[in-house]
Design a protein around this ligand. Structure first.
Ligand SMILES: Cc1cc2nc3c(=O)[nH]c(=O)nc-3n(C[C@H](O)[C@H](O)[C@H](O)COP(=O)(O)O)c2cc1C
Length: 217
C-alpha cells in the first residue's frame, strides 16, 4: 500500500470486530509514527495505550464514573462559521441516515453519541496527551502524529477513529491512565478491525474541492 492508497482508504470506523490487536503491533505503529515532524523536533505527543483486558477494565471504569466533569477544551467554536458549519452538519446527517436515527429521535442520537465512550467496541485505543505548557503550534504537531499513526494502522490492515469526544470525559480517562496533572488530553483513537457488516462504516465523508480552500497566487 502506497501513501496515496493509505490516505484514500483511511476513513473513520465506528464499529469494530471482536478481534484483538497485539500490543507489539501498536508499539510498532507508535515507533513508526514518531518519525512525524514537529516544530523544533519537540515531539509533544504523550500517548497512553489501552488494550485487551485493560480495555475491559476501562469500560467498567467509564461506566462507574458518573460525576459530571468539565470538558478539557471547547471542541468547536461556539458559532461555527460557513462553510465549516455545513460540512459538520452534513457528515453528521449522513452518518445518522446510515444509522437510521432521524433528527426527531433525540434519545436515539444521544445513545449513539454515547458509543464514543465505548470506543465504538474497538479492542484497543490510544489516548493522546500534551503538556499544558504547549500552545497551538505543538497541538498541530499532535495532528500530524495522529494522522501518521492512522495511515500506518491502515497499512497494517487496521481501522481507526479519532475521538475528541473524550475531551468531555478527560478526567475519567486521566484517572484511569494515571496521567500527571501537567498533561491534558487531546483525543483518543479507537483501533481495531472494521466490522464491514454494519451500514455506519460505509460512510464516505465528503470534501470541499481544492478551488474552495486553496488560492494559487
Ligand atoms: C481530531 C479528531 C477528532 C475526532 N473526534 C471524533 C469523535 O469524537 N467521534 C467521532 O465519531 N468521530 C470523530 N472524528 C472523526 C471525524 O468526524 C472524521 O474524521 C470526519 O468526519 C471525516 O471523515 P473520515 O475520517 O471518515 O474521512 C474525529 C476526527 C479527528 C481528526
Amino acid at each position: 500500500m502506497n501513501v496515496s492508497e493509505a490516505v484514500k482508504n483511511r476513513k473513520s470506523i465506528r464499529a469494530f470486530l471482536d478481534k484483538p490487536v497485539p500490543n507489539e503491533l501498536i508499539r510498532e505503529l507508535l515507533q513508526k509514527a514518531s518519525r512525524s515532524p514537529s516544530g523544533g523536533n519537540v515531539q509533544p505527543w504523550q500517548v497512553y495505550v489501552i488494550n485487551d483486558t485493560a480495555m475491559q477494565d476501562f469500560h467498567k471504569h467509564v461506566a462507574d464514573s458518573t460525576e459530571p466533569e468539565q470538558a478539557a477544551y471547547e471542541i468547536y467554536p461556539e458559532s461555527l462559521k460557513e462553510p465549516y458549519r455545513s460540512s459538520r452538519f452534513k457528515v453528521g446527517e449522513d452518518m445518522y441516515a446510515l444509522l437510521e436515527i432521524p433528527r426527531e429521535d433525540r434519545g436515539g442520537r444521544i445513545r449513539r453519541l454515547m458509543e464514543n465512550y465505548k470506543c465504538f467496541g474497538a479492542p484497543a485505543a490510544i489516548f493522546c496527551y500534551v503538556d499544558r505548557q504547549m500552545g497551538k503550534p505543538q497541538w498541530s504537531d499532535l495532528g500530524m502524529f495522529l494522522q501518521t499513526f492512522m495511515l500506518l494502522a491502515q497499512e497494517a490492515g487496521l481501522s481507526t477513529c479519532a475521538q475528541e469526544a473524550w475531551a468531555t470525559r478527560a478526567d475519567t480517562v486521566t484517572r484511569f491512565v494515571k496521567a500527571p496533572d501537567e498533561l491534558m488530553l487531546f483525543c483518543g483513537v479507537a483501533i481495531g478491525h472494521e466490522d464491514t457488516s454494519v451500514a455506519v462504516n460505509s460512510l464516505v465523508s465528503q470534501r470541499r474541492p481544492v478551488e474552495e480552500f486553496a488560492t494559487f497566487i
